[in-house]
Design a binder for this molecule. Structure first.
Ligand code: DC
Length: 687
């Protein structure tokens, strides 16, 4: 169901960047999606959760609920098969306080994988449902290795004090564990230590109204000591209120509700993820921006939105509108001291934003970073040191990052942690003094697929906004319309780079022929296309060390290219690599979907055509000059067939490019020079 991103499992080399601009539609909030899904499952009636995140973590919750007998379905929202959207609609049929699967006489095995929030919220729900006399089975829970060492013992102790029967086959108070039916104990107060994780408190808050109902008591939930990442508790209370359960904080850290269960809304909408936004906010500060981030509002209850206040202190300008927040840099970026207690996730990006500041940056109150998907303090320090940056670490309390004039080439270990991968992508920007050296700097992110936990299309979106800061002229058109020739001339005239996008499809065709990959196996072709390492040197194309310029031009390869170009998966696999061609001072890109799909924000989008008989004559002349035998009739027929297929195919059709063009040129009675002149002067008139 989940669309895999285009990213490889091994490592990703990020193109080095200078600028960034554009719009970003945020992936939906993971924190809100997971809370709403579980509340909807525990409540009564069907709930349609609009704009739910479809990522690894929410798929974990979906699987947990499905295994417990709850009906959950995801519908992807993407209208155009070539968009990179991870948001969808989730429909859940609530079970009215008791997961139906628990009634069966069997042992249920659940896997929370690497989702801390799913683990810490599903456990309390199971615990109270297993107090129900209808419960007839035990539930075994486990996760990935890291989950076995993340803080859970406080939660297990509380559940045991409530009467839960829990056994631990490996280590006391750690995953894996097995819960069995038992009678609950009537208690009036629950105390829980939330100094390491606020998620344990969220898990208990979400079952508080159900416990009230079972025990016919209004139970008080008391946070012992300070609550780490407090804004997440406010978010939980906010979502509970949307499910008809208002939680009152009688004194700081003491929670109570008079609700006896939840009242599910029919519809619930999830807003964009403030933590995922942090990388794009930081990109705008480093690369200049502006970036407009859509899907989140100024009054969001997500704590990580407060990162914007920090960025303003560093040198960003932030402007809210009704539908987006715009952010850009004004002047230099200042290194300052930042208390990260309330924004533990969003603050991570500050560790690489610090590289672009004029003074050292000190990040304090970061102890909770140690307890996340990996020990994030250690991972950040290691990554920074690999980049040649000196970091001063004060135990678990703070790190101070000293900017350097240039960074070293580095391969960053991500430890399967999505935030480490996204944080270190910021090092793809060139430092101010690095202009020359940067050409030789290589930045690689290991195991980049880990971003699928919360932001499946992070790298695609990052490469898109970086490419949108570069002036791009697109030239799309039917076969033999002269696009390639015109693009090369325009590129030369303006000093821009040139992308012959057909070369990507031809290269893939060449590879599948060489490697005997079945031409109808679109999944195998797409997966091979992701690893395509096509290089252009002058006017020659290389696959690895092989010069394939001539081979690629073979008619049979052209035909095969046109066949595989109809596969949506193959096209998706090639989009990011094509966008990466956009480098300053500019790019001229020719193909069939340059202006419609790959560079829809291109400064000038040309549609170049000519009458089929004229195109046939031009191609005939070319081939005869090369002494390739052919007849005009055959060529005319071939061109008509290709037009038919290119205009009418279901993905990235030529008609789309024609509709989206800002300049259409019929070159039937024009020379190359005339066409080039029209494009160049039109482009110049724009600036
Ligand atoms: O432009 P060309 O002949 O080199 O392209 C080879 C094939 O690749 C062509 O049949 C259509 C396909 N193609 C495409 O679908 N989209 C592009 N942007 C470029 C080429």
């Amino acid at each position: 169901m989940m669309r895999q991103s285009n990213i490889l499992e091994s490592e990703l080399t990020l193109s080095l960047r200078h600028t960034v601009t554009g719009d970003l539609q945020l992936p939906a909030s993971k924190s809100i999606s997971l809370r709403a899904m579980l509340l909807a499952a525990m409540g009564k009636g069907a709930v349609t959760i609009e704009n739910t995140l479809i990522s690894e973590d929410t798929l974990v919750m979906k699987d947990l609920l499905t295994d417990l007998g709850v009906s959950v379905s995801f519908l992807s929202e993407s209208s155009n098969g070539l968009e990179f959207s991870s948001n969808g609609v989730c429909i859940i049929s609530g079970c009215d306080g008791f997961f139906p699967g628990l009634e069966q006489n069997r042992r249920i095995t659940l896997n929370v994988k690497n989702s801390g929030l799913s683990a810490r919220t599903i456990l309390p729900s199971l615990a109270f449902m297993l107090f129900n006399p209808r419960a007839n089975c035990s539930v075994f829970l486990d996760g990935v290795e890291r989950m076995r060492s993340r803080p859970m013992s406080e939660l297990f102790s509380v559940l045991e004090s409530l009467g839960s029967k829990i056994s631990f086959p490996k280590q006391k108070s750690s995953f894996p564990c097995e819960l069995s039916p038992s009678a609950g104990r009537k208690i009036t107060e629950i105390g829980i230590d939330c100094s390491k994780s606020s998620q344990v408190l969220t898990g208990l808050l979400q079952i508080l109204p159900f416990l009230n109902s079972i025990f016919s008591k209004k139970i008080k939930l008391i946070a012992l000591g300070s609550i780490v990442s407090r804004p997440y508790i406010d978010l939980t209370m906010h979502i509970l209120s949307k499910f008809g359960c208002s939680i009152v904080e009688t004194q700081p850290g003491q929670f109570y509700t008079s609700a006896l269960g939840v009242r599910s809304p029919k519809n619930f909408r999830v807003e964009g993820d403030a933590s995922s936004a942090s990388y794009f906010f930081a990109s705008a500060c480093i690369g200049g921006g502006p970036i407009r981030v859509h899907g989140i509002s100024e009054d969001s209850k997500q704590g990580d939105i407060k990162l914007l206040d920090v960025l303003k202190r560093i040198g960003a300008v932030v402007r809210w509108s009704n539908s987006y927040v715009e952010i850009f840099r004004k002047g230099r970026l200042r290194g300052i001291e930042i208390d990260c207690l309330e924004i533990p996730d969003a603050a991570m990006v500050l560790s690489t934003l610090a590289l672009f500041c004029d003074q050292p940056t000190k990040l304090t109150n970061i102890a909770s970073w140690k307890e996340k998907e990996t020990d994030r303090i250690a991972a950040v320090v290691q990554g920074l040191e690999r980049l040649g940056v000196s970091v001063y670490r004060e135990g678990e309390y703070s790190i101070t990052i000293h900017p350097v004039p240039c960074l070293k080439s580095a391969k960053i270990s991500t430890f399967n942690d999505h935030r480490i991968a996204m944080t270190f992508s910021m090092a793809a920007f060139a430092l101010k003094d690095e202009v020359e050296q940067v050409k030789n700097r290589v930045l690689q992110i290991e195991n980049p697929v880990c971003v699928e936990k919360t932001f499946p299309y992070f790298f695609e979106e990052f490469s898109r906004v970086c490419s949108e800061a570069v002036p791009v002229i697109t030239v799309d058109g039917p076969t033999a319309s002269g696009k390639g020739t015109i693009a090369n001339h325009v590129g030369k005239n303006l000093g821009f780079n040139v992308l012959d996008s057909g070369a990507f499809y031809r290269s893939v065709a060449l590879i599948i022929k060489r490697e005997n990959i079945d031409e109808s196996d679109h999944l195998a072709i797409a997966s091979r296309a992701k690893t395509l390492s096509m290089r252009k040197q002058g006017s020659r194309f290389f696959l690895g060390e092989d010069d394939v310029t001539m081979l690629m031009r073979d008619e049979k390869i052209g035909l095969l290219a046109s066949k595989i170009a109809k596969y949506e998966d193959v096209r998706r696999a090639l989009i990011m690599a094509q966008r990466d061609f956009a480098r300053l001072p500019g790019l001229v890109a020719d193909g069939r979907d340059m202006g419609s799909i790959v560079f829809p924000k291109g400064a000038l989008r040309v549609f170049l055509t000519a009458k089929p008989e004229i195109r046939a004559k031009r191609r005939f002349k070319q081939l005869i000059e090369k002494e390739i035998p052919c007849t005009l009739n055959d060529i005319f027929q071939d061109i008509s067939d290709r037009d038919n297929s290119d205009y009418n195919r279901s993905v990235a059709s030529l008609s789309l490019a024609e509709e989206g063009a800002t300049l259409t040129i019929d070159s039937s009675s024009k020379t190359i020079e005339e066409v080039v002149e029209i494009i160049v002067s039109e482009y110049k008139s724009l600036s």
